[in-house]
Design a protein around this ligand. Structure first.
Ligand code: NDP
Ligand code: GDR
Length: 368
């Protein structure tokens, strides 16, 4: 594709159809960027999160383009980068589910580790080392079996899943290409960040969706794995801003992006139910633990070991001091606001499903 009349900067986002890709695309378009995204071919439409950004390519001043591609296909990545000549690449594409990575470890390594290498090599092959800045979506999962609390840019890594091991490779290959070839390549070590468009099988969205459906009578119970896991949860809108700031600095560096606070899965469940006026009372221990509606005694939450991971990350809490001082990054959305917003949106979605069901239309079921 030949793209005419570039005014501002051009960005290429891999993983544009995901949670972060969608928010980042919107953010960059607002800043006047021309945004290109890599989307995978899928048997069903997979662009719901970015459909509102799409403009008919025949219109004038179109600034948003999608390219079919895959991180496992280097020829395709080289061609897209050659066509787009991006000022900035944000590598957000990944098999991003930790539990699923135990089931698809080889594919996860291919996409999440070697995929990053393919992009960095493409920058080198195309002679773009002096032009194209590169952002790598690194993760708090790198800390895994935590060596220090809170975790900083200097805390040693100890990955606990095929996903984290693959991301460890990507972290270091990004550092290596920066040092070896002078590419402006940076890692954002982002702690968990969520939103109403979070994938439905990550624990926060699974909870807010289930609580809405239980409240409105579309679901009986919520089955979860480890209720004691603790995460430093922020809002994706705040976190995509940090990605951009990282690439606007004078020197390429790596940054921890986190709130600096931690909450358990159990606490998230309690807050989500509180949003619909239900107080949860916990009874029993371990696999027998249940969450009951305090008012009625009805069991609403149970533990299902199928959601346990072979190796778990028990607690994460990041120290965002460097990002605050050097990037001036200040997150604006609190944990409580995040839960509230996710609940509001999922209640709306569930009401829509309920209406469809009442009118005799099929309501989609999702299977994990
Ligand atoms: P999502 O799972 O929502 O999105 C992942 C994106 O990657 C989707 O667009 C997906 O496409 C795409 N993708 C997956 N495999 C491939 C592939 N082989 N080739 C091309 N595209 C692919 O993740 P998030 O938006 O939450 O996260 C963005 C990135 O940040 C990921 O790399 C994740 O590992 C990392 N990260 C996320 C954190 C979080 O808390 N959200 C924290 C730290 C890091 P499709 O829509 O077709 O599935
Ligand atoms: P995580 O997110 O593994 O931190 O990776 P997830 O929401 O999947 O799990 C968080 C914690 O909740 C526990 N848990 C459950 N998790 C899921 N998915 N489903 C359950 O039923 C359930 N019950 C308990 C988990 O064991 C875990 O401890 C996310 C992803 O976005 C990664 O891509 C990213 O790198 C990290 O966050 C930072």
């Amino acid at each position: 594709m030949k793209v005419e009349g570039r005014m501002g900067k051009t960005a290429l986002i891999t993983g544009i159809t995901g949670q972060d890709g969608a928010y980042l695309a919107e953010f960059l378009l607002d800043k006047g960027y021309q945004v290109h995204g890599v989307k995978r071919r899928s048997s069903l439409f997979n662009t719901a999160r970015v459909d509102h950004l799409y403009k008919d390519p025949h219109e004038e001043k179109v600034n948003f383009f999608m390219h079919y591609g895959d991180l496992t296909d280097s020829t395709n990545l080289i061609r897209i980068i050659q066509e787009v000549q991006p000022d900035e690449i944000y590598n957000l594409a990944a098999q991003s589910h930790v539990k699923v990575s135990f089931e698809t470890p080889e594919y996860t390594a291919n996409a999440d580790a070697i995929g990053t290498l393919r992009l960095l090599e493409a920058i080198r092959i195309l002679g773009l080392t002096g032009r194209t800045r590169f952002y790598q979506a690194s993760t708090s999962e790198l800390y895994g079996k935590v060596q220090e609390i809170p975790q900083t840019e200097k805390t040693p890594f100890y990955p606990r899943s095929p996903y984290a091991a693959a991301k460890l490779y990507s972290y270091w290959i990004t550092v290596n290409y920066r040092e070896a070839y002078n590419i402006f390549a940076c890692n954002g070590i982002l702690f968990n960040h969520e939103s109403p468009i979070r994938g439905e099988t990550f624990v926060t969205r699974k909870i807010t969706r289930a609580v809405s459906r239980i409240k409105l009578g579309l679901q009986e119970k919520l089955y979860l794995g480890n209720l004691n896991a603790k995460r430093d949860w922020g809002h994706a809108v705040d976190y995509v801003k940090a990605m951009w700031l990282i690439l606007q600095q004078e020197q390429p560096e790596d940054y921890v992006i986190a709130i600096g606070d931690t909450h358990s899965v159990r606490e998230f469940v309690e807050l989500a139910f509180a949003e619909v006026g239900i107080t949860i009372e916990w009874r029993g221990k371990g696999l027998e633990e249940k969450g009951l509606d305090k008012a009625t005694g009805r069991v609403l939450v149970e533990v299902d070991p199928c959601y346990f991971r072979p190796t778990e990350v028990d607690i994460l809490i990041g120290d965002p001091t460097k990002a605050k001082n050097k990037l001036g990054w200040i997150p604006e959305i609190s944990f409580n606001q995040l839960v509230k917003e996710m609940m509001t949106e999922d209640l709306l979605e569930t009401k829509r499903d309920l209406l469809c069901k009442r009118e005799g239309f099929k309501v989609n079921q999702y299977h994990e």
